[in-house]
Design a protein around this ligand. Structure first.
Ligand SMILES: Nc1nc2c(ncn2[C@@H]2O[C@H](COP(=O)(O)OP(=O)(O)OP(=O)(O)O)[C@@H](O)[C@H]2O)c(=O)[nH]1
Ligand SMILES: [Mg+2]
Length: 224
């Protein structure tokens, strides 16, 4: 099995090193996995790319934009299975082996993680928390889903599904878009997981990104 750990990064020099070091490479290799760490850099002006390369990651440059960076990363990833996360040390890298095992043993196409199952104190600011609840409510309501966390950035999926789903978003809505597509069209499951306080500066523009995500949900519903 070939696994790509794929992360977008924008000026994450304070956190990207620890994030990469937390990937349990030895444990994954013991289970017969080959691993590639792929960072899609959206034009960082700090040492993000240098730090990632020194830790053995492959770094590719992209135009800025969470969705744009992911779409490039999906094309470049060589793994049969792709695991995603932020490069801010907030997602539990130690859970990758367990999540891959669930994907395989339950013969799933796509897993999204539910951070609310074990949210560390202070990991999500109150307004972000509220925004998440509202966006998840509308995601479920408009698309007939039962997600608990529509904005989680940690997914585990087979690369082959990318031919079967339609991704158009260049920005933050990509996170909800990939879930809506996967849960509507494929064998997908949400698995309880955890979330820690990020290291380094927040990149999310809460009101602007929240509003964009909400508009994206209604537009997608009208068009589909
Ligand atoms: N928001 C944002 N993040 C980007 C962009 N390009 C790359 N990223 C990376 O995408 C990830 C998500 O951004 P975050 O600021 O962590 O957003 P978030 O996880 O929703 O918010 P936090 O809970 O504050 O971490 C991080 O690893 C960023 O470095 C971009 O244009 N906007
Ligand atoms: Mg983050």
């Amino acid at each position: 099995m070939f696994l790509t750990v794929l992360m977008p990064a924008l000026d994450e020099e304070k956190s990207i090193g620890q994030t990469i070091k937390n990937i349990p490479l030895d444990k994954l290799r013991e289970t017969g996995c080959d691993i590639e760490i792929l960072i899609v850099d959206g034009g960082s002006t700090d040492k993000t790319a240098e730090i990632a390369k020194n830790l053995g990651a492959k770094v590719i440059q992209s135009e800025k934009g969470y969705g744009r960076q992911y779409q490039l990363g999906f094309r470049e990833a060589r793994g049969d299975i792709i695991v995603t996360a932020d490069s801010d040390n907030s997602y539990p890298m130690e859970e990758i082996p367990r999540l891959v095992k669930i994907l395989e043993s339950q013969n799933l196409d796509f897993i999204s993680t539910n951070r609310f199952a074990k949210l560390d104190k202070g990991s999500m600011r109150p307004l972000n928390y509220l925004g998440n609840i509202v966006l998840t409510f509308f995601t479920d309501f408009l698309f007939g889903l039962n997600l608990k966390d529509s904005q989680s950035g940690m997914w585990v999926f087979r690369k082959s599904i990318l031919d079967k789903i339609n991704l158009t978003s260049n920005g933050m809505p990509l996170s909800q878009e990939i879930k809506i597509e996967a849960f509507k069209k494929l064998r997908a499951r949400e698995v309880d997981s955890s979330y820690k306080k990020r290291v380094g500066e927040v990149k999310l523009r809460m009101f602007k990104d929240g509003w964009e995500n909400l508009k994206h949900l209604f537009r997608k519903r009208i068009r589909s």
